[in-house]
Ligand binder design. Structure first.
Ligand code: PEP
Length: 254
């Protein structure tokens, strides 16, 4: 890795009551010192305010799991970028594979969201990843290249991507399945993504952008994953719901 600061991000998905969310974030805050790692949590929308109130002196960053691209209006059930900023979010996850597969989000929608996030000062964590069928058909790189081109269309047209942007490579077959990509498989893809960023933007952008790996990350596999040159941290689902395992991942398995 160059001087990209590692990040460990916890995606809580649609889990935890307010009390449980408060208790989890307090325990995480107590369990970490300055590990030289950015720590981020993505609670459900309804817990963002409570969690924000508990992370003030911990350095933990607050992230939303999704948002709409419009600023306001008749979009029942949606949340705007400004609303997320107002509640204290600095980051937003976009295009998680569950959003893509269960809620039919397309690359075009993710492109609109990524642009709106940056316009309103939020840092997008843009997720891409291939399915098992696509991997087995030898289509991994093609699928990822298309997802990248579609989700970053606006930025590619401008030939400029903010260096704070974060990508998350999450092979769909590894999410919540207990099946992790090997560090070598993940590194191969991360390297490919960095090369694609060099082609679409420039070497400086490609080297500056953080690329997280996601898919069944646990305390016992984080160290090997993060030892790879192009893996800058992890987006963690299941193992982020327990303070013990999440803190151990933040300590990079030590
Ligand atoms: C995720 O949902 O982004 C994820 C990686 O989940 P898990 O760690 O449970 O595989």
């Amino acid at each position: 890795m160059t001087d990209r600061r590692p990040m460990i991000a916890g995606n809580w998905k649609m889990n935890l009551s307010l009390l449980e969310a408060a208790s989890l974030v307090k325990s995480i805050g107590e369990g970490i010192q300055d590990q030289g790692v950015d720590v981020l949590v993505a609670p459900p929308f309804t817990a963002l305010g409570v969690v924000k109130g508990l992370i003030e002196d911990t350095g933990i960053l607050l992230c939303a799991q999704n948002m709409h691209w419009e600023s306001y209006g008749a979009y029942t059930g949606e949340i705007s970028p400004a609303m997320l900023s107002e509640v204290g979010c600095s980051h937003v996850i976009l295009g998680h594979s569950e959003r893509r597969s269960l809620f039919k989000e397309t690359d075009e929608m993710i492109d609109l969201k990524a642009n709106a996030a940056v316009e309103s000062g939020l840092i997008p964590i843009i997720c891409i990843g291939e399915t098992l069928e696509e991997r087995e058909a030898g289509e991994t790189f093609e699928v990822l290249k298309n997802q990248l081109a579609g989700s970053l269309h606006h930025f590619m047209n401008q030939k400029r991507l903010p260096l704070s942007t974060i990508l998350a490579y999450e092979p769909v077959w590894a999410i919540g399945t207990g099946r992790t990509a090997t560090p070598e498989q993940a590194q191969e893809v991360h390297q490919f993504l960095r090369e694609s960023l060099t082609e679409s933007f420039d070497a400086n952008t490609a080297q500056g952008i953080r690329i997280l790996y996601g898919g069944s990350v646990k305390p016992d596999n984080i160290k090997d994953l993060i030892s790879k040159k192009d893996i800058d941290g992890a987006l963690v689902g299941g193992a982020s719901l327990k303070a013990d395992s999440f803190v151990q991942i933040i300590r990079l398995g030590e």
